[in-house]
Design a protein around this ligand. Structure first.
Ligand code: AMP
Ligand code: ZN
Length: 665
């Protein structure tokens, strides 16, 4: 037999064994024979390097070291999911879906929501290409080498499937594997891992893929993303993905009504503790893929899917003391310091109390016995007080009147739930917090500088605000604790590089109250430069898309502050991007200003997302459902018949994809 053929045969054998063992859970070869075959293949590949293949089973053992994970922009954004907590929530969702689609003939899939780390696997021509973490949904870290070590993930597709696609799934650590890992750590005198989810996501970012290979990670797949329109339903696409070699949980079920969905919920709420992996709910999706497209996405989540969260775990413990934390905006958060207690696999010592109203509403006092609940969020919360256990000398909680950090008298404006420390430029956590926000990933994303170092730099008197970062030099940093020349250089290089960050991110980084990521994007698009924003009047501000009174007022407060004006001028002098770049402007016009579009059907020249982006880039607005306000419907093939009737009834212009392209060109 020729070497090439032998190599091919061994690879196929090993791929099959991997599949049988790790996906089907059905061993077809002894460990000994598997290792022997793998060694044989390794030897042949070594002797014949021309046949190297990055998707060979020999590449799964790991051993590569990744120092810095590349950031990769997702081709298709990875959204999060809206949550629901009751049957009513699900009915409301169903109603919204029916309204957009104009039909009540719906079919849903029900899936378990496994709790791990989400991953996006890219395949081209049936071959595994790369794996990227969800990150912020727009971009994540490339963890290809680490993911390859997970043997239930096929590197080459077994059967005919779509050829170019992304497979989305959850990297999970089975509970028994997690327990074993911890037993070993205890033996070695190491600290135990807190829970399977964090351990799974932490594993993806290990530098040595050989270490990852040792962990019993698994990957459960739940979505196929492809432009090839081979399958009509989500269910069908997953069934075929399973045939192609992916580990798609068999628990996926079709349901024709929310009542049927609820049967699934009730069944798994009781049975979920028998599963080998942790779950925190179920995910319900509209099964028909074209309907999914019609429904589209909100700013955060698909409209065609919703998560149902199982009731959270609860426990009672004693609240020892209420302390107060100061956030970067000066907002005060009361914190309950608890007698440590085990809850859903973690030790809980602290819980958030939100604000003064919450403390008053629940009448929470120090030394009370309280019920603590942990849902999906990392910080547990107190949901009630056990009044039967209240000590006799108990007195109502007096909320803090002064800032615990700088002793300034706290303020609370009408209608605001939170107290604030108004000492914006003199209160340590506010100074540090603002700079930490500025350098954070979703903002300026400065490499080589972390939150703790910011605090250190402030304590050393080297920075008081984010503009000061740009005056730092290597010589000032090296003498600091735990700083070497190399890390100092990296930090300065990272700061320097942030001068290229686009305007919308800089705007978000400034930390103007209520100006989050989405608002910053809208403002950047509408005003195009910081100068226009800083000089805009209240009336001008509220004209921008989605800018209400509260945000406008906050921007005015920011722009009328002399300190802020000076900061912005300094940022300008350092060369930061304080206006929308020419390249971005070039693709934008205002020709669709004030016009509202609904997009429906299947398109050929542009993807649906490109079409929507083109509408927005040219000043138009995209809406998900037809109403009197709609100006145009861009109709592709297979536009829903009920939509068509509605559009005709309302006398809305229906234009084709081509008409639309003429319109903007
Ligand atoms: P959340 O992080 O709460 O917004 O929920 C979204 C995440 O749920 C996704 O990023 C996935 O990682 C995870 N997930 C787990 N199981 C599923 C599933 N069956 N379908 C969709 N998402 C899932
Ligand atoms: Zn303060």
């Amino acid at each position: 037999m020729k070497v090439a053929e032998k190599i091919k045969e061994l690879r196929e054998q090993l791929n099959n064994h991997n599949y049988n063992y790790y996906v089907l859970d059905n061993a077809t070869i002894s460990d000994f024979d598997f290792d022997r075959t793998l060694k044989e293949l390794e030897k042949l590949e070594k002797e014949n390097p021309v046949f190297f293949d990055s998707n060979s089973p020999t590449q799964r053992v790991g051993g590569t070291v990744t120092k810095n994970f590349n950031t990769i922009i997702h081709k298709n954004r990875m959204y999060s999911l809206d949550n629901s907590y009751s049957k009513e929530d699900l009915f409301d969702w169903e109603k919204r879906v029916e309204k957009v689609l104009g039909t009540s003939e719906l079919e849903f899939t029900c899936e378990l929501k496994f709790d791990g780390a989400s991953i996006n696997l890219t395949y081209e021509n049936g071959q595994f290409i790369k794996a990227v973490t969800r990150g912020d949904g727009f971009q994540g870290d490339e963890v290809t080498n680490n993911i390859k070590t997970i043997r239930s993930i096929p590197l080459i597709i077994k059967e005919e499937f779509v050829s170019n696609f992304e497979m989305r799934g959850e990297i999970v650590l089975p509970i028994d594997g997690f327990i074993k890992m911890n037993e070993e750590r205890i033996l070695n005198g190491e600290e135990v891992y807190r829970n399977p989810r964090n351990t799974a996501s932490g594993s993806l970012k290990l530098q040595d893929s050989g270490e990852v290979a040792k962990r019993p990670l698994d990957c459960l797949l739940y979505q196929v993303v492809t432009e090839e329109r081979k399958y009509k339903t989500h269910f069908e696409s997953l069934e075929n993905a399973r045939k192609a070699g992916f580990k798609v949980p068999k628990t996926i079920t079709l349901a024709k009504s929310i009542d049927a969905v609820f049967d699934f919920v009730n069944y798994w709420d009781a049975k979920r503790h028998d599963l080998p992996y942790e779950t925190d709910g179920i995910v319900i999706k509209v099964n028909n893929l074209q309907q999914q497209e019609e429904l589209g996405y909100t700013a955060k989540a698909p409209r065609w899917a919703i998560a149902y969260k199982f009731k959270a775990a609860q426990v009672s413990t004693i609240l020892n003391e209420i302390t107060y934390q100061v956030g970067r905006t000066g907002a005060i958060t009361p914190v309950a310091n608890l007698d440590p207690v085990q809850l859903a696999g973690t030790t809980v010592k602290r819980a958030s109390l939100h604000n003064a109203d919450q403390i008053e509403r629940l009448d929470i006092r120090e030394k009370d016995t309280v019920f603590v609940e942990k849902g999906g969020e990392i910080i547990p919360k107190i949901i009630a007080v056990d009044h039967t256990k209240r000590p006799e000398n108990s007195a109502p909680t007096m909320y803090a009147t002064k800032c615990p950090e700088c002793d300034t008298v706290l303020v609370r404006t009408e209608g605001d739930a939170k107290h604030y420390c108004p000492n914006e430029f003199g209160c340590a956590p506010q100074i540090t917090g603002r700079i930490q926000h500025y350098i954070s990933r979703k903002a300026m994303d400065i490499d080589g500088l972390g939150g703790e170092t910011v605090d250190l730099l402030r304590k050393e008197g080297l920075i008081q605000n984010y503009a000061d970062l740009y005056d730092l030099n290597v010589a000032q940093i090296i003498p600091l604790e735990r700083m070497a020349e190399k890390s100092a250089q990296n930090m300065i290089a990272g700061i320097e590089k942030s001068k290229e960050i686009p305007f919308e991110k800089v705007l978000f980084a400034l930390g103007i109250r209520f100006v989050g990521e989405t608002v910053a994007k809208k403002l950047a698009k509408y005003f195009k430069s910081i100068d226009r924003i800083m000089t805009a009047t209240f009336e001008e501000l509220i004209k921008a898309d989605e800018i209400g009174d509260r945000i406008a007022q906050s921007i005015l407060d920011f722009s009328s502050d002399l300190g802020n004006i000076q900061l912005i001028n300094r940022l300008k002098s350092y060369g930061l991007q304080l206006e929308v770049s020419a390249a971005v402007l070039e693709n934008q016009t205002e020709i669709l200003q004030g016009q509202i579009f609904v997009v429906s059907g299947v398109f050929y020249q542009m993807s649906r997302n490109e079409l929507k982006k083109a509408i927005e880039d040219n000043g138009g607005k995209v809406s998900s459902s037809i109403s009197k306000k709609t100006n145009f419907i861009v109709a592709g093939d297979n536009m829903g018949p009920s939509k068509l009737t509605k559009a005709q009834d309302l006398g809305i212009s229906i234009i084709s994809e081509q008409d639309f392209i003429y319109k903007i060109s």
